[in-house]
Design a binder for this molecule. Sequence first.
Ligand SMILES: [Cu+2]
Length: 148
Amino acid sequence: MKTTLRLALLSALFTAPLIQAADLIPIDVHRDANCGCCKHWISHLESNGFKVNDHVEANMSEVKQRLGVAPRLGSCHTAVIDGKFVEGHVPAEQVLALRKRDDLLGIAAPGMPLGSPGMEVNGRSEAYQVIGLTRDGNDVVVAEYPAH
Ligand SMILES: [Cu+2]
């Protein structure tokens, strides 16, 4: 057997366990059927270790109200992980960080910030914040992303 082939087989053996389904983090995403950027955000999650349960909804404002998303934090899709909401185009790293924040009801990237995950449009970007909603109803900045 050629060395290069043997190396390729070895590396396949070592990387295989990393992509086992059991390691993926489940998350529910609620979205409107016609939302294109929502699907782009789902792809962003899937390429960062999440297993997305995709829910197509007829009435997103009813869903947001039910999940406790304050209207001022609103965006397009609404995800749920560990009982907490993730509103809009929040980067996957912030979704992971949210899992360790028991003081928060959820996090949001309000609006549709250009350049956020799933909102890549012609390389344009704007600065945006990820806002956390605390259990006592206050907004806190959990992350800031500059225009790039
Ligand atoms: Cu969107």
